[in-house]
Design a protein around this ligand. Structure first.
Ligand SMILES: CC(C)(COP(=O)(O)OP(=O)(O)OC[C@H]1O[C@@H](n2cnc3c(N)ncnc32)[C@H](O)[C@@H]1OP(=O)(O)O)[C@@H](O)C(=O)NCCC(=O)NCCS
Length: 150
């Protein structure tokens, strides 16, 4: 595992975070439909956007979302987005980012962290399962709902 540092998303890193190059075929998994739709109701105060740096290079991006009053339980303490640059995948960046977000969720008093993902061979399901997320259901758009106990 590399030497990774977590930093709040800023003017300095936002362009790099938005233009992380994924592996071919992965783009379709980045924004499950439920998130894309809910984004229009997004309150910036509930966001937790962080980049993962390796030296000066942005190698990953994670956005946590916390909204204890959401009427959709899967949106109360969740991973809104996670992307790791193709060249940095498989080296623990994703695990590092999710462990940091899990820590943040815990410190806010949540006992679970949820994530939605689209099924498919190139999708992130096995990654989330490896990190301890358990499939707890299916969203109305057919995405898998995974939950990690904190
Ligand atoms: C999913 C993603 C974030 C994983 O990031 P990553 O940095 O490559 O993952 P890590 O290296 O931290 O992997 C952590 C563990 O998961 C395992 N893992 C990762 N991807 C896997 C896959 N596709 N299949 C099986 N296991 C996988 C790793 O082997 C590792 O296991 P280990 O700790 O026992 O060695 C990255 O592939 C990505 O950006 N995908 C495209 C965007 C996406 O699908 N995001 C999710 C939207 S909901």
């Amino acid at each position: 595992m590399g030497n990774y540092v977590l930093e709040e998303l800023s003017a300095k890193t936002i362009v790099a975070a938005n233009s992380l190059t994924l592996k071919p075929g992965q783009e379709q998994f980045v924004a499950p439909t439920s998130y894309a739709l809910a984004e229009s109701y997004f309150n910036p105060a509930t966001e937790w956007p962080r980049v993962v740096l390796e030296g000066d290079t942005v190698v990953g991006f994670i956005r946590g979302h916390f909204d204890p009053s959401s009427d959709q339980p899967e949106f109360r303490s969740c991973i809104w987005r996670i992307t790791v640059a193709a060249t940095a995948q498989g080296k623990g960046v994703g695990r590092f980012a999710i462990e940091a977000l899990a820590q943040e969720a815990k410190s806010r008093g949540f006992t679970t962290l949820t994530v939605l993902w689209e099924g498919g061979d190139d999708g992130p399901g096995k990654f989330f399962n490896k990190l301890g997320f358990v499939d707890i259901g299916t969203s109305r758009f057919g995405e898998t709902i995974g939950e990690l106990s904190l």
